[in-house]
Write a protein that binds this ligand. Structure first.
Ligand SMILES: Cc1cc2nc3c(=O)[nH]c(=O)nc-3n(C[C@H](O)[C@H](O)[C@H](O)COP(=O)(O)OP(=O)(O)OC[C@H]3O[C@@H](n4cnc5c(N)ncnc54)[C@H](O)[C@@H]3O)c2cc1C
Length: 436
């Protein structure tokens, strides 16, 4: 089959990283084509409606400290809605024997806030420039291999405190605090302002348009040809031309390419020549959270807004009230890092809810399983112990192929802001390779 060749650059993936790269390539005078595996753009962001209510299956919140994402909202005149989440009146948290108990919302979340502040104490010295995570040199390298679990152990917390903080940080790490790097979460804390009052703004502020509309705006400015339903299976780089082949055998060729798929997906693509060692190791190991399902549950029950956390590695944790509806029902949102919860089976979802909130009656729900989704193979990214020191190398292009995704961002690694950052970087690298 003859390759389609009327483009200057190929962008694989139409998430935030890919559409940003495409727009910035266009701004440098290159004509991009965007090749996307799914039937839709947006990747791990996906705005939908559920019984008439707007929901996000993936990334939805934008912190006011996320400067690149905020700049995009500004550019497209999309307001950021603040205070979207109701204050939880009560909380359900684990206690020493592994069962769950009810607490006053302020008491439980207040304690969690104190514990977070404790674990990140001193992190400003490790990350004095949080958008340059290796800036502190030996000081940060010395802790780069430390897991969140090791950090918690070094604090000798009492059992309940340890349970509460480990379920929170374990959730960010994909279920277990052993899997996430302490430095990676400390970087989240620092890019988000470095104190509790700022940290809590990473959730609860959302673009009025929903995320998908913002991705579309960026793509519009790329003036790119978009090919949906076109999973890329192979990338050949012969030193002067990159040929990209899709599952249906269609070929595209251009002098440069930006591979803007999640790092967890690299292992599903046949690269010729093969990836350099650090990229190959990253492809094998993945970056961050291998299993995440996001659930939206409409429930009935005689209770106010709630925040629920199960034990670390629990089936469905955290879960909290997203909205109280006019008829008194609640829209809850929850996350599961456990691949054994099959969110397509209502009886399993009902049983998971029953453990957490027996007083809630499930009316209906929606969910997306990002871990079993072949085009993400995971949720957001949070670096694993040891991955930080490989960051500069993994940000480098491989021949005529540049890489972009949230997991290789310098700043808001694991967030939409980081995906945008990586898109800007990759567009610059690709333009340099193309001599533009
Ligand atoms: C449940 C959940 C909650 C989150 N919450 C937040 C939040 O509140 N705020 C925040 O900032 N971030 C959040 N994130 C993270 C955020 O969604 C991601 O950081 C961001 O969307 C990543 O963008 P990306 O472009 O790097 O990757 P993606 O969005 O994954 O885009 C990659 C694109 O490549 C495509 N692709 C994959 N394989 C191929 C292939 N072989 N061929 C062609 N195309 C392919 C994919 O279909 C996809 O469209 C969340 C993520 C999840 C899963």
């Amino acid at each position: 089959m003859t390759a389609v060749r009327e483009f200057d650059a190929i962008v694989v993936g139409a998430g935030f990283a890919g559409v940003t790269a495409a727009r910035e390539l266009r701004a440098r005078g290159l004509r991009p084509v965007v090749i996307e595996a799914r039937h839709r753009i947006g990747g791990r962001t996906w705005t939908d409606t559920f019984d008439g209510l707007p929901i996000e299956y993936g990334g939805g919140w934008i912190s006011p400290f996320a400067k690149l994402a905020m700049a995009e909202l500004d550019r497209y005149d999309i307001p950021l809605l603040e205070g979207v989440l109701p204050m939880p009146e009560w909380a359900v948290f684990p206690v020493e024997d592994g069962s769950l108990e009810s607490f006053d919302g302020n008491v439980a979340l207040g304690r969690l806030g104190e514990l977070l502040t404790t674990i990140f104490e001193g992190s400003e010295k490790l990350l004095p420039r949080p958008h340059e995570p290796l800036f502190a040199g030996e000081r940060i390298r010395a802790v780069a291999g430390q897991s969140l679990r090791e950090r918690l152990d070094s604090l000798h917390l009492d059992t309940r405190d340890d349970m509460w903080i480990s379920t929170l940080v374990g959730g960010f790490a994909g279920g277990s605090s052993k899997d996430g790097a302490y430095e990676a979460l400390a970087q989240w804390w620092q890019v988000a302002g470095g104190k509790l009052a700022d940290w809590i703004t990473i959730e609860g502020q959302a673009p009025a348009s929903g995320m998908s509309a913002l991705v579309q705006e960026i793509l519009n400015d790329a003036e790119a040809d978009l090919h949906l339903n076109s999973p890329v299976t192979r990338v050949d780089d012969d030193g002067s031309l990159v040929r990209v082949t899709t599952a249906s055998g269609r070929e595209f060729a251009a002098p440069v390419a930006v591979l803007a798929v999640p790092a967890n997906v690299w292992r599903t693509i046949d690269f010729r020549p093969g990836l350099p060692p650090v990229h190959a190791e990253t492809a094998e190991r993945g970056i961050g959270v291998p299993h995440t399902s996001r659930l939206w549950l409409r429930v009935r029950g005689d209770f106010g807004p709630v925040h629920v956390r199960d034990v670390e590695n629990g089936l469905l944790t955290p879960m909290f009230t997203h909205a109280v509806l006019d008829n008194g029902e609640q829209l809850l949102t929850g996350y599961s890092q456990d691949p054994s919860l099959d969110v397509s089976r209502p009886e399993q979802v009902r049983a998971a809810l029953q453990r957490l909130l027996p007083q809630a009656e499930l009316i209906s729900y929606r969910a997306h399983d990002w871990g079993h989704d072949p085009y993400s193979l995971g949720g957001w990214t949070l670096r694993r112990p040891g991955q930080l020191t490989q960051l500069p190398e993994v940000q480098e292009p491989h021949g005529r192929v540049a890489f972009a995704n949230d997991g290789i961002a310098s700043g808001w690694n694991g967030f939409v802001d980081g995906a945008i950052e990586s898109g800007f970087r990759a567009a610059g690298q690709a333009a340099d390779i193309a001599g533009k």
